[in-house]
Write a protein that binds this ligand. Structure first.
Ligand code: HEM
Ligand code: SF4
Ligand code: SF4
Length: 532
């Protein structure tokens, strides 16, 4: 799959790669915030909800009560409700920041097209709802900022032909604003996040085991950062609202209110057209133009024993187990939903019947990709091995999304393309080494923590490090297998890794099944980090 907008996605991806590298110096690998954006979004969401419930207990619902109640919380109860107010504010800011970065990251990784349209499209209303909830929160304080936000947003709404009476009319004078209208705003501020939660639930419907909880350390760190911010720079009000006066100079929260000066100063028709056009373009991005989809995974019942490995490894929940339809004595059979399948091949990599040790004529696994079958991978491996004439031979199994493996082909290096690193059944590594097709195997993925297919990199590492079935057989010394995520190091980096790996293999000598464990390093470096 090639990017649709490389001029935009390539620099964006480079920025993400670089930021990830910098953050990886500060955070342990699993805690890197860029790898946990969706989970951090949920984390901030729950903080906003919990702190909001607490604040509601003290909140005075009414035009004349709201400001005083918020002042009471901020000044008299600064150590509890005041802190909670700041916590609420900064968690909301955190939510909007991670949401926007998450959107950009999914876009840069090209994870929004084809059947992934569903997560993308449901993300758009989530984004709008988070904004509406945030903006409406500023009204409720009913200070000068609240007054400004209320007037600008209602005047903007009044450009729409839906309202019989202008909504901004409510803010003409102190007498025109009724408690009822204020109660309505509170309702909006509570109902919208709840609707957003339903939309977020939908957002994850096509994702297998979505990461919605950040690692504990990251959650604790993010929570402490919010507390520190709340203490150092507590949220305060900006003077009581007074509808008899136009609010003067006020400070804006740029995360939510950055667009308000534009709404205030540009013609309503232009800003509405711009906002709608932006939403339509973002929402329609997965179809601009539609992605040509490869054939989806296909189950061969004669070879499916109902083990469920493909179900648990499929990153997009595309496989379910159904009652057996062929009368064979297995509990169930795998069934692929074509509407969910991204043709990554991870299921074929998980299937115990995808083994190259079977006769070529019988090499039809329980599940396979019609356009890149396990048999064709085996045929390519055989063909590439036959070509290698160098003393030390490396076989690369490369994810085609990485796009660099093919360029390494030489008389010392064979290259076999995969749809994803997770497409490779570990038995292929065993096959290549134990049948002496090459001296070592390199598996080249697209990016270590940013796999196009969400979990391809994770499952490959776990399978090769023997933590996840199907595991690499123990007779293969770890030193003869290397996982590489070229990432931003690109072709030059990969070539350097191949050279280094070849010289290690050379010093190991030929593979001998019985004596293999003797040449194994103490703690083998099975994973080569992109920036190692
Ligand atoms: C409050 C806001 C949001 C939250 C909490 C959130 C959360 C998540 C989570 C937890 C995942 C699963 C990540 C994984 O396990 O791999 C996810 C996936 C995704 N999100 Fe969001 N999201 C939000 C907003 C958005 C927005 C605004 C967009 C874009 C318009 C978006 C686009 C996507 C896409 C395309 C995926 C699927 C990626 C894939 O197919 O691998 N999300 N989101
Ligand atoms: S090809 Fe990928 S998305 Fe499709 S069923 Fe297999 S694992 Fe799931
Ligand atoms: S992994 Fe293979 S054998 Fe197991 S359920 Fe899936 S298709 Fe069937």
């Amino acid at each position: 799959m090639s990017d649709r907008f490389p001029a935009v996605t390539a620099p964006l991806r480079a920025i993400f790669d670089e930021s990830e590298r910098v953050l990886s110096r500060i955070f342990p690998p699993r805690w890197n915030p860029l790898l946990n954006l969706g989970a951090l979004g949920f984390f901030f969401y729950w903080i906003v909800v919990a702190s909001g419930v607490y604040l509601f207990v003290f909140f005075g619902t009414g035009v004349n009560k709201a400001y005083d109640s918020v002042e009471y919380m901020t000044r008299d109860q600064w150590y509890a409700a005041g802190l909670m107010r700041s916590f609420h504010r900064y968690a909301s800011d955190g939510l909007v920041v991670v949401m926007l970065v998450h959107l950009l990251r999914e876009f840069s990784l090209d994870r929004y097209r084809g059947v992934r349209w569903f997560s993308w499209l449901t993300g758009v209303p989530a984004l709008v709802l988070v904004y509406i909830a945030g903006v409406s929160g500023y009204w409720l304080v009913w200070d000068k900022l609240g007054q400004y936000v209320a007037i600008v947003t209602t005047e903007w709404l009044d450009h729409l032909p839906f309202f019989g009476q202008p909504v901004a009319r409510n803010f003409l004078s102190p007498d025109s604003l009724e408690d009822r209208f204020f109660t309505f705003m509170i309702f909006i501020h509570i109902a919208i996040p709840l609707i957003a939660l339903i939309v977020l639930w939908l957002h994850l419907q096509r994702i297998n085991r979505p990461r919605i909880d950040p690692p504990r350390g990251l959650a604790v760190g993010a929570g402490l950062a919010l507390i520190a911010l709340s203490i150092v720079d507590p949220a305060v009000s900006q003077g009581r609202a007074n509808l008899a006066q136009v609010p003067g100079a006020i400070g804006l929260d740029w995360f939510y209110l950055g667009a308000l000066p534009l709404l205030e100063n540009l013609p309503g028709r232009a800003t509405w057209s711009c906002a709608v056009a932006m939403l339509v373009v973002v929402g329609a991005a997965p179809w601009l133009p539609p992605l040509k989809r490869p054939a989806v995974a296909k189950v061969d019942l004669a070879n499916c024993n109902g083990c469920t490995r493909c179900v648990s490894d499929c990153p997009y929940d595309a496989i379910t187990m159904q009652p057996r339809s062929d009368g064979r004595p297995f509990e169930g059979e795998a069934v692929v939903d074509p509407g969910y399948c991204v043709s990554c091949g991870i299921c074929a990599g998980a299937c115990p019947t995808s083994t190259p040790f079977r006769r070529m004529s019988a090499l039809t696994p329980g599940i396979d990709l019609p356009e890149r079958s396990i048999a064709s991978i085996r045929a390519d491996a055989d063909r590439e091995a036959a070509r290698l004439t160098d003393e030390t031979r490396v076989m690369i199994f490369g994810c085609m999304n990485a796009g660099v493996a093919e360029a390494c082909r030489s008389n010392a290096v064979g290259v076999v393309s995969l749809n994803c690193s997770g497409h490779l059944p570990p038995s292929f590594v065993d096959f290549v080494i134990s049948r002496n097709l090459a001296d070592g195997v390199m598996i080249v993925g697209c990016a270590e923590n940013s796999c196009l297919n969400r979990r391809g990199g994770d499952w490959t590492r776990d399978r090769m490090e023997r933590r996840r079935d199907p595991c690499l057989r123990k007779r293969i010394p770890d030193g003869r297998v290397r996982l590489i995520w070229p990432g931003r190091r690109g072709l030059a980096g990969l070539r350097a890794d191949v050279l280094a790996f070849s010289s290690e293999l050379k010093s190991m000598g030929a593979f001998r099944p019985g004596g293999a464990r003797r040449v194994e390093p103490v703690k083998p470096n099975i994973s080569g980090r992109a920036d190692a």
